[in-house]
Design a protein around this ligand. Structure first.
Ligand code: TRP
Ligand code: ZN
Length: 885
């Protein structure tokens, strides 16, 4: 908890460390009621920082210091200073050794940072600043050391003892205890340290690297989960091969381990050679995990594996550079997933997510650049901006340099900086040097926050046969940044003729056309591009593949959008045209609702959807994506002032109309796909996933009819399917229906059957948390008393409270403010238990500026109540105070 005024840390104050730690030798003695940590640090003065010997200031929090020695000389309390986060002592030589012993309490660590217990096992989470809760250390990423770690524990309870690197020795002790020593040959910062002790089983495999070295692969889980590891293992081997092929990156230790833990604040952690995962990102089998969950496992396994190079071999100089590893690694895992599955579907999902959530963050009180300038609590900066927008920035570099140029740049980056802690500037410099280009202006993407607008106008000159596109970019003010400089915006585009055929693209001044798809670089506040040799006015397809994270506007009418939906050669932009059409139609209906008029759905949307349903050549996953209306959260993001009820009413009315009018084709596609599902056993591969996604969205429309035959089909799917993808959708549509007795029975059966599988119970909670029927808050409050729910497990909080506040907008924003009060109460409770989770849960309340004055006042009131509730963690304090500022 905060004891002093929270300190703001600035990038501009960065200084290299005064001292370095060459070697770190750790010994852990794990007991049920405490743990002893002995640390021997072999240190020296950092030659970069000059001659003298300033005091050595080690980080340390919640540690009980039992003994301290400098070069074998025991120090007495007068020889050093201690405060609640530092240990300061005075070295007397350039090289020296510090020995310390501390007592810590993993058994009562509910913050899940540092060393803690998840169920019966010990595990660690050190990123970003958790290592200081384990021992006194220079806990900063630019201090890189080689680690030797010995773990000792009771043999019977903790047969498996793991740490980073390779196992080098082990043995037993008296009194039923045993020990193991691990050595990591690669220097690393403390945030990559890991330790695990528990009664674990492992699935084992091996991988032969491109230079013919054999690597042992192990996934450790609690015994009851041993049958849920194969998908993660397959994903790991695919990731290892892909990184060799696409980036030339080979794995570097003899063993690679993943451990699944139930209590984890985030998705997973890339500790060197010993990744620790939230069990939700490892465990998957047909009966318990949906297609989406399988794909998430594949993506997260890849993400953490890819960090071995983008993060571990080359790490961050300081935490302001977080996107150096996270943005790059998200880009790498997204490309991997695109290669393993449908590229267009992956892009559609990622863009929808970015535009709904990252754009909202970038327009809110916590907006910050991809490389932030300052922070109070670094844990608050593991954000969508650093991860997802950071990935878009890397993608734009790829677009500007081309695949080959990008690879030259990444090769140079890894070669030049192997074993170093570097900055985002170093990354860009490698890209520049390898390609002989200047990315100075491009780097504004790292320093300027906010989502740029890009307004586009067209002008056709029939006599001259020219077509001019004029781009105007601007960027709204964000906290601490009033005026922005123009960005470099790569706009991938094409032009279509009257029949929908691609036109050759020749810019004024060019000798000949350069294909029918190209990238324009918009670098000025206002800039025009003139295409020549066009006899007829073309229709532009702009920002193909979402080539830049901007809000593009072009005055398309609805007929043009329908035309693009059918004819654009870019699959992403076909989906995008459908989204824009839906948005236009829904916004018109939102207006009707606000004026108290009868809602009328533009029949053109129905016609477009009918065409999609009849197109048997289209990838079924794309049909499913295109049939999905923009979410209420996205419509909120697009609104100047969001009208919760009008958005919900318009979208529900549209869904109802679509369901009625397209009943026949939906029913046909549903039945054909369900039939195929019945015939083929479940596999988590692209074609089946596509089929199920269309089947499931069809079912969710059909169920709106309230027809008995649909209910019967839904129950058949629920009871007879062989996988969670079909079962959970059937349950979800039942829960959102008016069939009260079937709903109750379905929920009960499900909970009864899966009560001992926490990851499945998370899904059961989420489905109910997301139900938009009246009474949502009361249902969530009742579920908090369910025996499977606990505030101590972050997955449960996300599944129930997080899903409610983020996805059930009508219920969370109910007019009396009870949803806000409920969320604030949870934040206040969690602030003391788990500050990182408390702070993340605050997200929906920080968006208060989006709503009408009455709701604004209620939301602000709750933020103020949190601020006044007592001693706040720095995590919660930073988000609440910035939101109110
Ligand atoms: N580096 C991790 C990742 O990207 C992120 C992470 C895992 C993390 N656990 C954390 C960040 C706890 C902060 C706190 O995959
Ligand atoms: Zn990461």
């Amino acid at each position: 908890m905060r004891t002093e005024q929270p300190k703001v840390i600035y990038l501009k104050d960065y200084q290299a460390p005064e001292y370095l730690i060459d070697e770190t030798n750790l010994t852990f003695e794990l007991y049920e009621d405490h743990t002893l940590v002995h640390a021997q640090l072999v240190m020296r003065r950092n030659p970069e920082r000059g001659e003298g010997l300033p005091p050595l200031v080690l980080d340390g929090q919640q540690l009980e210091l039992l003994s301290l020695a400098l070069d074998d000389r025991a120090l007495q309390p007068g020889d050093y200073q201690l405060d609640d986060s530092h240990l300061t002592l005075q070295p007397t030589a350039k090289q020296f050794t510090v020995d310390s012993t501390v007592r810590i309490h993993p058994e009562s660590n509910t913050a899940l940072e540092g060393l803690y217990k998840s169920g019966k096992m010990f595990c660690t989470q050190c990123e970003a600043e958790g290592f200081r809760k384990i021992t006194y250390y220079l806990d900063r990423p630019d201090v890189m050391s080689s680690f030797t770690t010995t773990v000792s524990a009771e043999q019977h309870k903790y047969p498996v003892l793991l740490s980073n690197g390779n196992p080098v020795a082990s043995g037993s002790e008296e009194g039923g205890r045993h020990w193991a020593t691990w050595q990591d040959p690669f220097k690393k910062p403390a945030y990559l340290f890991a330790l695990v002790a528990g009664d674990l089983w492992a699935v084992e495999d091996s991988f032969t690297t491109m230079s013919d070295r054999e690597v042992a692969l192990r996934i450790y889980v609690e015994p009851e989960n041993i049958d849920k590891c194969q998908h993660a293992m397959d994903s790991l081997k695919k990731s290892m091969r892909w990184d060799e092929k696409v980036y030339g990156r080979e794995y570097d230790l003899d063993i690679f381990m993943i451990v699944a833990v139930n209590d984890f604040n985030m998705g997973a952690m890339e500790n060197k050679g010993l990744n620790i995962f939230n069990s939700s990102c490892v465990l998957a089998k047909a009966e318990t995990a949906t297609d989406a969950a399988h794909q998430r496992v594949e993506g997260v396994v890849a993400h953490e594996y890819f960090h071995n190079w983008s993060g571990n071999r080359v790490t961050c100089r300081d935490w302001f550079q977080l996107s150096l590893k996270e943005g790059f690694t998200v880009y790498r895992d997204a490309e991997f997933s695109a290669d393993m599955n449908s590229r267009t579907v992956k892009r559609v999902e990622d863009v929808a997510f970015l535009r709904t959530n990252q754009f909202a963050e970038d327009a809110g009180p916590m907006a910050h650049p991809v490389r932030p300038d300052s922070f109070i609590e670094i844990s608050n900066f593991y954000t969508l901006t650093v991860y997802e927008k950071g990935s878009e920035v890397v993608r734009m570099i790829h677009t500007l340099l081309g695949a080959e140029g990008f690879r030259k740049g990444s090769d140079l980056y890894f070669e030049r900086h192997d074993g170093q802690a570097v900055t985002c500037d170093d990354f860009v410099k490698a890209m520049e040097d390898a390609n002989g280009v200047d990315l100075t202006q491009f780097k504004r993407w790292y320093s300027q926050s906010g989502t740029p607008r890009l307004a586009v106008e067209e002008a056709f000159d029939a006599a001259a046969q020219t077509y001019t596109l004029t781009f105007r970019q601007s960027c709204p003010p964000t906290p601490g940044q009033k005026d922005k400089q123009p960005f470099v915006i790569p706009v991938e585009m094409g032009l279509l003729d009257k029949l929908g055929n691609p036109l050759p693209l020749r810019l004024q001044g060019e000798e000949h056309a350069h294909g029918s798809n190209r990238v324009l670089q918009v670098t000025e506040a206002e800039q025009s591009f003139t295409f020549v040799g066009l006899a007829e006015k073309p229709l532009p397809s702009l920002l193909r593949g979402f080539s830049a994270p901007v809000k593009l506007s072009f005055p398309y009418d609805r007929d043009q959008l329908m035309f693009l939906m059918q004819h654009d050669e870019d699959g992403f932009n076909r989906w995008e045209a459908g989204q824009q059409l839906s948005v236009q139609v829904l916004q018109e209906m939102i207006g009707q609702h606000q004026r108290g008029e009868q809602l009328v759905l533009d029949e053109r949307l129905i016609a477009a959807f009918r065409t999609l349903l009849q197109d048997n050549a289209l990838d079924q996953a794309m049909v499913a994506e295109m049939l999905s209306l923009p979410s209420e959260a996205y419509l909120t993001e697009l609104s100047e002032e969001a009208d919760v009820e009008a958005i919900h009413a318009a979208r529900e009315f549209a869904r109802q109309r679509i369901a009625e009018t397209l009943h026949e084709p939906l029913w046909q596609r549903y039945q054909a796909n369900r039939e195929a599902s019945r015939k083929t056993p479940y596999v988590a591969e692209a074609e089946q996933i596509a089929r199920r996604s269309l089947q499931n969205i069809a079912l969710s429309y059909l169920m709106l009819s309230g027809k008995q035959e649909v209910l019967a089909a839904c129950l058949e799917q629920y009871e007879s399917c062989d996988n969670m993808t079909e079962r959970l959708t059937a349950l979800a549509v039942l829960v959102n229906s008016q069939f009260e007795s079937e709903k109750a029975k379905g929920l009960e059966m499900f909970a009864d059957y899966f009560k001992d599988d926490p990851l499945v119970m998370d899904q059961w909670f989420s489905v109910q948390a997301g139900c938009t029927l009246p009474g949502g808050l009361e249902r969530v409050q009742a579920l908090m008393a369910h025996p499977a729910f606990t505030l101590k497990n972050p997955n449960k909080i996300r599944a129930l409270i997080g899903a409610f506040a983020n996805q059930n907008l009508v219920n969370f924003h109910r007019a009396d403010g009870a949803g806000y009060r409920f969320l604030a109460d949870q934040v206040i409770t969690l602030n003391a238990l788990n500050p990182q989770i408390a702070s993340r849960l605050l997200g929906p309340l920080t968006r208060w500026r989006k709503y009408a004055p009455a709701r604004q006042a209620q939301m602000r009131g709750e933020l103020e109540r949190i601020l006044a509730s007592g001693e706040l963690s720095s995590d919660v304090y930073e988000v609440v105070s910035k939101s109110l500022a």
